[in-house]
Design a protein around this ligand. Structure first.
Ligand code: GLC
Length: 544
């Protein structure tokens, strides 16, 4: 037993829970969630569920063109969500419960209403002109590059006033900052310091690799194989290989400085950074840990999200990550967030139980998305209620269905807002009376109680924290089976990805004890030479 492996940091041993602030708890009666509402629900996170850190999607002042991912002031709270005093209270109350607070930071772009952009736009010789990316048309009059906006159409917007284009990788209301300008970097690092001083424990960095582009602004080449997505429809954006509009290698120098800043604050207590990095080539993705593990603490690993939900495909992702990880780099997994369809809608309610077990038993930090612990499904949002600008611009890509109000109980407005509140910002799930926290707490085999059981077991089990990982062949391709081992402690996790019963054979392990079954109806001894999983069942088995 090596000793240092026991001293994991909070973000390595802990479980992170993402809150979309608009949708967790409304305390002000306007039908939109807020910080005071989150404070009211902290006991749920600490005592009922038992998570270690929360990540808040943006709460900054914002015109809400992209629901807060268009920031108009990096050092304040939008009145919709409260104020700085409410934020301080949230940090204090969270810390009192031993919950760390991670905030979303959006470095690639601001709102077009940010004072920096208003200045930059005002004239060609404004001192902040170069804080954003302004370009002339190509000599033939066409756009400066063929780069596309993620949300549809060109990434360039013509500005009549000074006859130039500005770059926006997302909405035209989200102009990209020019991180090659040292003043921009200094201003953004000041904003990070502001929050570090206020006690935040870390940052989730929005589209982290976008901040550095090709300095020569070359066109992107065509993508020879645009079929990249598994459950999302292919759209115009996939027609190109995005080699020049993001992820330029100069990005790594910025993250080394970023990390140095966090490490300086880390002397007081450990701080953390996780980057939203949609890169699916392991070697390229791993570079964001830094050649000397001196960049991001972790790039988010979205590979499970995009993999077909089959035992072999999931194993391939995990084995691929394990093989690619540099020495000392810490793995992590994600199965849902505010940009993706709901987990229970992708895999179905039965397999959602298996997904919970997978996520909470793999080696590395799991990040959970609010409501997935209840099996919340995509909520149909009628066109006249659609809010997400992505869905409005690119039909089929709307993210509203996975951002609906948290389902706390069966009262009108589901406990998300007072019963008399008229309009919620997004509709409640029509099934909230059956699927909610209060009801699931009374059901011994509910999904919520399975999450609670898994979280409690994980917390108490060293093999799930710092134990090694090894995939096993148990005689069926329909099950994913792996071993977690820490010192003497050995656990088997066996997951049946089909609805049919499956026979497994692991004679080398002798006998074991079932400690958690996703059915919550099986316990006790098992002969590992010959045992079976029910349809959709997953088990954690302690090996003697
Ligand atoms: C990230 C966020 C997403 C947002 C986009 C632009 O992908 O997760 O919600 O729309 O960045 O900021």
């Amino acid at each position: 037993m090596t000793h240092h492996t026991h001293n994991l940091l909070w973000w390595q041993s802990g479980v992170i829970y993402q809150i979309y602030p608009r949708s967790f708890q409304d305390s002000s009666g306007d039908g939109v969630g807020d910080l005071a509402g989150i404070i009211q629900r902290l006991d749920y996170l600490s005592d009922t569920l038992g998570i270690d850190a929360l990540w808040l999607s943006p709460f900054y002042p914002s015109p809400m063109a992209d629901f807060g991912y268009d920031v108009a002031n990096y050092t304040d709270v939008d009145p919709l969500f409260g104020d700085l005093a409410a934020f301080d209270r949230l940090v204090e109350e969270a810390h009192r419960r031993n919950i760390r607070v991670i905030i979303d930071f959006v470095p690639n772009h601001t709102s077009d209403q940010h004072p920096w952009f208003l200045e930059s736009r005002s004239s060609r010789d404004n001192p902040k002109r170069d804080w954003y990316v302004w370009k002339d048309p190509k000599p033939d009059g066409s756009l400066p590059t063929n780069w596309l906006s993620h949300f549809g159409g060109a990434a360039w917007e013509w500005d009549e006033k000074n006859s130039q284009y500005y770059l926006h990788s997302f909405l035209k209301e989200q102009p990209d900052l020019n991180w090659r300008n040292p003043e921009v970097k200094a201003a953004m690092f000041d904003a990070l310091r502001f929050w570090l001083e206020r006690g935040v424990d870390g940052f989730r960095i929005d589209v982290a690799h976008y901040i550095m582009k090709d300095p020569d602004y070359r066109d992107n080449p065509l993508n020879p194989n645009p079929v990249t997505a598994h459950f999302k429809p292919v759209n115009e954006y996939d027609k190109y290989l995005h080699v020049h509009d993001k992820g330029h290698p100069d990005v790594h120098a910025v993250f080394r400085e970023w990390r140095a800043l966090l490490d300086a604050y880390g002397r007081e207590r450990p701080r953390y950074s996780v980057g939203e990095i949609h890169i699916f080539d392991w070697a390229e993705w791993c570079r964001y840990y830094g050649a000397n593990l001196d960049e991001l603490h972790m790039p988010f690993n979205f590979a499970l999200l995009w993999a077909p939900w089959q035992a072999a495909a999931i194993r391939k992702v995990v084995d691929g990550l394990e093989a690619a990880l540099p020495e000392g780099a810490w793995p992590n997994y994600v199965l849902g967030n505010h940009d993706e369809p709901r987990l229970a809608s992708r895999y179905g309610r039965e397999q959602a139980r298996l997904a919970a077990m997978l996520l909470l038993t793999l080696r590395g930090t799991p990040t959970l998305y609010y409501g997935d612990e209840l099996g919340m499904v995509n909520v149909p949002v009628p066109p006249e209620k659609e809010q997400d600008p992505y869905g409005i611009r690119v039909p089929g890509m709307g993210r509203d269905p996975a951002r609906t109000p948290m389902q706390w109980d069966a009262t009108p407005n589901a406990g998300f807002a007072l019963p008399e509140v008229k309009d919620l910002w997004l509709p409640l799930s029509p099934e909230y009376k059956e699927v909610n926290v209060a009801r699931q707490l009374t059901g011994p085999r509910s999904l919520l109680n399975l999450y609670r059981r898994l979280l409690a077991y994980r917390r108490a089990t060293p093999a799930l924290h710092w134990g090694s990982y090894r995939a096993l062949d148990a005689g069926t391709a329909d099950c994913f089976v792996f071993l977690r081992q820490a010192g003497e402690q050995r656990l088997l996790v066996a997951l049946n990805f089909t609805a049919q019963e499956q026979k497994l054979r692991l004679p080398e392990f002798g006998s074991g004890e079932i400690v958690v079954s996703t059915t919550m109806a099986r316990e006790g001894k098992v002969n590992l030479a010959d045992f079976s999983l029910r349809g959709n069942e997953g088990m954690i088995i302690e090996v003697r």
